[in-house]
Design a protein around this ligand. Structure first.
Ligand SMILES: Cc1cc2nc3c(=O)[nH]c(=O)nc-3n(C[C@H](O)[C@H](O)[C@H](O)COP(=O)(O)O)c2cc1C
Length: 250
C-alpha cells in the first residue's frame, strides 16, 4: 500500500525536522532582536547603580592612595583596559578636545602617558598646559576625574619607557605622523616597513615622541548610587601641599 500524506510526513527524519524548526526559531529570534534594536530609543537607556559606596569614613585622605585602592580593585576584577583614560585639552581658541590614552604611571608626582608631541593633543598642550583626565570603570560604576598642569617627562623617563615597548610599537612611533592627514593605509604600512628596515631591532626614541605628566591640583572620585544619589568626593590641593576633601552633590 502506498504511503498516505500523514505517513509521508512521518518519514521525514526526526533530526531534519528539528533542524528546520531550529532554523525557524532562530529566524524569529533574529526578527525580534532587530525589532527591539529598531524601537529602543537612546532616551530609554538607563541603569540604576548599586554596586558600592564611597564615604568619608573609609576614603583615604590622600587622593593618590584612594586612586590606587580603586585601581587595584579594577585590576583584581579584570576590568577591561583599567588604565585607559580620557585626556581633555584645550586649543588656543578655548575649544576643548578629548581622546583616550593609556596611563603608564600614577604616583605623588602625577599621571603619566606617552604620545606624539606633534599630535593634536601635543600641539594643544604646547599652547595651553592645563588638561583634565577621566577614568571610567563601568563595571564598578566609578569615575575618577583629575585636573592639573601638564609637563613633559624627562628624556630619561621617556627613553626607559620607549625601550620597554614591543618592537612594532617602537617602529610605529616613527611611522605615524599622529593626527596628520594621510592618503591611504598603504602609505602608513609602507612607512612602517621603511623604518623597520632602517632601524632593525633597535629603533631609537623619535625626538617627537615621549611622555606627559599631569600634575594634579584636583581629584574627584565618583561612585554611582541608587536613585541618582551618587557619592562624590573632591580633593583640592592647598598651597601648603596638603589636600582638602569635600563632598559634592551628585
Ligand atoms: C584604549 C586606547 C588607548 C590608547 N592609548 C593611546 C596612548 O597611550 N597614546 C596615544 O598617543 N594614543 C592612544 N590612543 C589613540 C588616541 O585615542 C588618539 O586617537 C590619538 O592619541 C590621537 O589623538 P589626537 O589627534 O587628539 O592627538 C589610544 C586609543 C585607545 C582606544
Amino acid at each position: 500500500m502506498g504511503p498516505t500524506l500523514g505517513a509521508r510526513q512521518s518519514v521525514v527524519p526526526r533530526g531534519r525536522r528539528r533542524r528546520a524548526c531550529d532554523g525557524r526559531q532562530r529566524w524569529l529570534l533574529q526578527v525580534a532582536w532587530i525589532y527591539t534594536l529598531a524601537v529602543t530609543k537612546i532616551s530609554d537607556l538607563r541603569k540604576d547603580y548599586s554596586r558600592s559606596e564611597l564615604d568619608e569614613g573609609r576614603a583615604h585622605n590622600d587622593p593618590v592612595a584612594q586612586f590606587h585602592a580603586w585601581f587595584d580593585e579594577a585590576l583584581k576584577q579584570e576590568i577591561p583596559e583599567p588604565s585607559a583614560m580620557t585626556v581633555a585639552t584645550v586649543d588656543e581658541r578655548g575649544r576643548p578636545s578629548t581622546r583616550i590614552v593609556l596611563a603608564k604611571d600614577v604616583d605623588e608626582r602625577g599621571i603619566v602617558w606617552y604620545t606624539n608631541y606633534l599630535s593634536r593633543k601635543g600641539r594643544e598642550l604646547a599652547t595651553n598646559q592645563y588638561a583634565a583626565l577621566q577614568f571610567h570603570w563601568v563595571e564598578h560604576e566609578r569615575v575618577v576625574r583629575i585636573e592639573g598642569r601638564v609637563e613633559k617627562t624627562s628624556a630619561e623617563e621617556s627613553d626607559a619607557y620607549f625601550k620597554s615597548r614591543p618592537l612594532a610599537s617602537r617602529i610605529g612611533a616613527w611611522a605615524s605622523d599622529q593626527s596628520q592627514p594621510i592618503s591611504s593605509r598603504a602609505v602608513l604600512v609602507a612607512r612602517a616597513a621603511e623604518f623597520g628596515l632602517r632601524f632593525g631591532l633597535h629603533p631609537p626614541r623619535p625626538p617627537h615622541w615621549g611622555g606627559y605628566r599631569l600634575v594634579p591640583d584636583c581629584w574627584e572620585f565618583w561612585q554611582g548610587r541608587a536613585s541618582r544619589l551618587h557619592d562624590r568626593l573632591v580633593y583640592r590641593l592647598q598651597s601648603n601641599g596638603t589636600w582638602t576633601r569635600q563632598r559634592l552633590a551628585p
